[in-house]
Design a protein around this ligand. Sequence first.
Ligand code: NAP
Ligand code: G4F
Length: 383
Amino acid sequence: MGKVALITGVTGQDGAYLSEYLLKLGYVVHGVKRRSSLFNTERIDHLYEDPHVENRNFILHYGDMTDSLNLTRIIQEVQPDEIYNLAAMSHVKVSFDTPEYAANADGLGTLRILEAVRLLGLTEKSRIYQASTSELYGWVREVPQTERTPFYPRSPYAVAKLYGYWIVVNYREAYGMHASNGILFNHESPLRGETFVTRKITRSVSKIVLGQEECLYLGNLSAQRDWGHARDYVRAMHAMLQQERPDDYVIATGVSASVRDFVRMAFSEVGITLCFEGNGTDEKALLQAVDESLFAERVGAEYLSVVRDRVGDVVVAVDPRYFRPTEVDALVGDARKAREVLGWKPEYDLPALVREMVASDVKLMKRDAFLQAGGYKTLKYFE
Ligand code: NAP
Ligand code: G4F
């Protein structure tokens, strides 16, 4: 019999990669999905199994991190060997608009899982992974950040996650639970939510080169992040729960780059060189040159006229509406402990991540344009 895993946040970026990974390892995977007025399962539709199929390996349950009774019932029904608590209101900027909800879902939600496991007498059986975050370091006290670096959260999201982090440590110490925090630095992929900065950039680059958008508006171009690939990071989540003893681990690449660097890299993936001018809110990037053979290979010769016409135009500008009331300026992690104890190291580097995201979005935006033009009958061409 394979092990049974329960994933909260199964419809999110990490939930999708982790589900795929665990299913390949022979797990039966249960996921908690919120009720929504529209389908919100796009990332996991390829894993979906009809409820009428016997011996399903992938089973979804309606639930919400703010509903203790619901979470307790699901855990009782599923009797999981491993719980991956990935569900969260995960957008830092949005948490300034919905601070109480972030505290409830991200902070108290973690407590609800731990307490349900304890009350159901599953302390010995169910191991728990908590999706902690490099946002805990906030106004960083040390560079690079390790498991011993003090925390200084800078948003309602990070403060809620701080509660989640410490309640996991407390339940581990108080009740001997196998509960671990993964302090994951930013990780991205073609499945990343569209309003996080990397995906916002790769989508806009794709739309600009296809003539669907004029300009990409961003906030703080100087913020630095340690960006890895979600596919690599879900392996680390699983590895933590296979250890004899629970513990907390930093998961990071050790390489930091600015938002401006990411923009440059994304445009250069399609053969475009930018020229940045100005400072602060007046900073802009102009389309300086096009490597036409690279552009033709990565985007298509039929779109060359679009970018030829844009040489000298502003294609990136700053819009202060994307600034945060308090910012996390620079993050870079030291994942030595994960390497030594878990044997974990990332396979993707930043250029490979950017390449995959841009290629995926160029394909997606072309497909969307094709569908809008009524080309649905030959959709297979894009699959
Ligand atoms: P994501 O794509 O935003 O996914 C979040 C998931 O949580 C979605 O499935 C979402 O459901 C679900 N969710 C949100 N509120 C919920 C609620 N009240 N009840 C039940 N489900 C709820 O986030 P991600 O990038 O996969 O990240 C996974 C976890 O790791 C999050 O806890 C995040 O805070 C944390 N983290 C992420 C990173 C990163 O760089 N990606 C780094 C460190 C930590 P819907 O699909 O219905 O919205
Ligand atoms: O992509 P972001 O929104 O990610 P952020 O705030 O680092 O949070 C993500 O990573 C955390 C791990 O450290 C997770 F815990 C969290 O759940 C989430 O997944 O922003 C990255 C940086 C920020 O400094 C932001 O100010 O990019 C800057 N930025 C500049 N312009 C922008 C924009 N961010 C967004 N979302 N949109 C912009 O237009």
